[in-house]
Design a binder for this molecule. Sequence first.
Ligand code: PEP
Ligand code: MN
Length: 341
Amino acid sequence: MIIVLQSTATEENVRHILEKTEAMGLRANVSRGAERTVIGLIGPEDKLQVVPLEVFPGVERVMPVLAPYKLVSREFKGTNSEVKVGGAGVTAVAGGKHLVVMAGPCAIEGYDMLLSLAKNVKAAGANMLRGGAFKPRTSPYDFQGMGEEGLKILQAVGKEAGISTVTEVMDPRDVDLVARYADMFQIGARNMQNFSLLKEVGKARKPVLLKRGISSTIKEWLMSAEYILAQGNYDVILCERGIRTFETETRNTLDINAIPVVKLKSHLPIIVDPSHGTGKAALVGSIARAGVAAGADGVLIEVHDSPEEAWSDGVQCLTSAQFSKLMKELAAVANAVGREI
Ligand code: PEP
Ligand code: MN
């Protein structure tokens, strides 16, 4: 339920509404705009129906949130959310004027390779380092990631290079472990509807990068984000990484439509991952540029300096030099649409 307050409503009016509704077990989220304050209420439908919200002092109008996702919806919060990553040393903010650029290898393969990549991508303008320590592989016989040893490397390299980090967590039992080492959790496409995992990262106090499921609709994706927000973690960045279609020329089909659709439906930031979206290094630049032009809040790009020797996803990695060239092109596109890198 959305409560729109009168432009003359006072702080006392807001406090009164919050006290009354919270005492009834409803959760409130206050959004203070330039002209008006809006209060979003979440709770069981039957409770919401019986509270005569219209009669509270300062209330102008009361409207139901029609979307099945509530906290995530634009109806609930009209202004764009900004998600800061990096704890004390914030190096990236998603959802503002500046784009967030996450770059690094698909998998962490060792300290030296990661440090060298971290320095290269940072010098090119990336503000976050990515790298998987737990890899969701289609075959159980493929390399599954370095595990905790990889997380230690990621943390040490992040500190050494002065860049915040993101890495995938695949198992609810590993949430605390990953939180000890990384600045942001990644929920991979295959786990977008792992509801126990979503609840667990929702309870943690670290930002979450929520990738779209391989065959998920935008509505299902936003419902998954709702699971995280419903646990009290509002720091969610969505990532369009391509969906499965009948096309076989590319690994996935990056759904550019999803960017403006998500912007209309939600206040959460959204980035694109053209590496998994295309599966081919030669296509990554075009789709990264298209994503930024379409209004994405950033990009996630896989980078490796010996793609032919990469332990995973070598075919879709850019080299540091190619990444650096792409960053210059992205800066020009960002500029054309009123953004900055
Ligand atoms: C990844 O980022 O390396 C990854 C496995 O991504 P996705 O979950 O989108 O396939
Ligand atoms: Mn990968």
